[in-house]
Every structure is written in structure tokens, then in C-alpha cells.
Design a protein around this ligand. Structure first.
Ligand SMILES: [Zn+2]
Length: 122
């Protein structure tokens, strides 16, 4: 069974895109409630909030991207950005690690968590 792990930046980007669509759908639904003012206003507001939130998420990705490390994927030889100690390639989802001690180990998203790290040390 192939591990479906996504690159973090791609994952957040997908989330932000989903929010924009959700916002547009909510506003579109609001148009069907022209007769019921409170329902229309509520849906429109939710739609606007979703779109504003997605803008914030996009801004956050921009911030994260500056901290991301650009590496060349050993598997597809394309350049990819990674966050944290372990991440996946943006193009082929090859698991990548920044930590030599984790090389060759089973891929585990928990390596990014500080809590899990402490548990291992004990
Ligand atoms: Zn790759």
C-alpha cells in the first residue's frame, strides 16, 4: 500500500484553494435566499469570511516558503521545497528528510512533532 503523503506547502495551498471555492459556493447559495434576508446575509458573510481566511492562509504560505529549504529530489531530480524534518517531494511524493539519523527509516509524519521527539529521547 503506497503511503499517500503530501508535501506540506502543497497541502496548505490546497486548503487555501478549497476555502476560496467554499466561500464562492456560500455566496452563490446566498443568491438563492434573496427572499429570506437573514439567510442571504449570513451566507454572504460566511463566504466573505472564508475568502478572507484563505487570503490569510496564502499569506502564511508565503511566510513558510521563505523558511522552506529547496532541495533536489533524489527520485525525480526536480527541485522541491520542504518544511520541517520530514516532508514529501512536491512532484513525486518521495519522502524526504533533513535529518541524517532518520535516513532509511520508515517514513513517519510524527518526526516533525517535538512531543514525539521528547518521547523518543526518554
Ligand atoms: Zn520527487
Amino acid at each position: 500500500m503506497a503511503l499517500q503523503y503530501k508535501n506540506k506547502i502543497n497541502k496548505i495551498r490546497g486548503f487555501a484553494l478549497g476555502l476560496i471555492f467554499a466561500g464562492m459556493i456560500l455566496m452563490y447559495l446566498g443568491l438563492f435566499f434573496k427572499g429570506t434576508e437573514w439567510a442571504m446575509v449570513t451566507l454572504m458573510m460566511l463566504g466573505v469570511i472564508a475568502i478572507i481566511f484563505s487570503t490569510v492562509v496564502y499569506f502564511w504560505i508565503g511566510m513558510l516558503s521563505t523558511k522552506a529549504v529547496v532541495v533536489t529530489c533524489p527520485s525525480c531530480e526536480k527541485q522541491t521545497k520542504m518544511l520541517g524534518r520530514v516532508d514529501a517531494c512536491m512532484h513525486c511524493r518521495q519522502p524526504l528528510t533533513m535529518d541524517r539519523s532518520l535516513e532509511g527509516k520508515e517514513f513517519d509524519e510524527r518526526y516533525n512533532s517535538k512531543k514525539h521527539q521528547k518521547e523518543l529521547e526518554q
